[in-house]
Ligand binder design. Structure first.
Ligand code: SF4
Length: 192
């Protein structure tokens, strides 16, 4: 007996009761819904882009509408690292360590030209030009600095990305976030 037969055998009252009280979905949809509506960022910034990130959390801009108002003070409770500002080579291993301390699933937004290509400091002997060489970046947000509205746009893009994830390929995704960390963090290869 198929589902249609079972359904047609029910009386109208039972059908109405089921239609009003039963929700059918997939594990992926429920899991992704929970993830994309509670992306908690890490309280972390390295330069001037951080000011715009802080502005985004104020009542005027209201990052709470995305469920992302809970900036965590510890990486162990954070889902999102926003690379907000220039990262020096001295700081890069610390950023990598913070990223590694975040639990899966975790995401990274590269906010501002400095973390994407080095920005105005490109070529400096002390600055990392490409932060995606240090941590895997999910969304690139160019600008100098990007506005809070632009940061919200990148969060929306990240939410779109999360919506398409499936637990079947979770292992691959987690694996792609693992770095060749057999060496000390201080020996990370950082491309100039
Ligand atoms: S992109 Fe511009 S605003 Fe952002 S950290 Fe670099 S110099 Fe500062």
């Amino acid at each position: 007996m198929g589902f249609k037969d079972l359904w047609s055998n029910l009386n109208k009252g039972d059908q109405d009761h089921i239609e009003k009280n039963v929700l059918i979905s997939t594990i992926d949809e429920v899991y992704n819904w929970a993830k994309r509506n509670s992306i908690w960022p890490l309280s972390f910034a390295t330069a001037c882009c951080g000011i715009e990130m802080i502005s985004a959390s104020t009542p005027r801009y209201d990052i709470a509408r995305f469920g992302s108002e809970v900036f965590r003070a510890t990486p162990r409770q954070a889902d999102l690292m926003i690379l907000a500002g220039t990262v020096t080579k001295k700081m890069a291993p610390i950023v990598a360590l913070l990223y590694e301390q975040m639990p899966e699933p975790k995401y990274v937004i590269s906010m501002g030209n400095c973390t994407i290509t080095g920005g105005i400091f490109r070529g400096s002997p002390t600055v990392v030009d490409y932060m995606d060489q240090v941590v895997p970046v999910d969304v690139y947000l160019p600008g100098c600095p990007p506005t809070p509205e632009a940061l919200f746009h990148s969060i929306l893009k990240l939410r779109e990305k999360i919506s398409k994830e499936t637990i079947l390929t979770r292992g691959d995704r987690v694996g792609s976030h693992q770095f060749k960390r057999n060496k000390e963090l201080s020996e990370i290869e950082i491309r100039l």
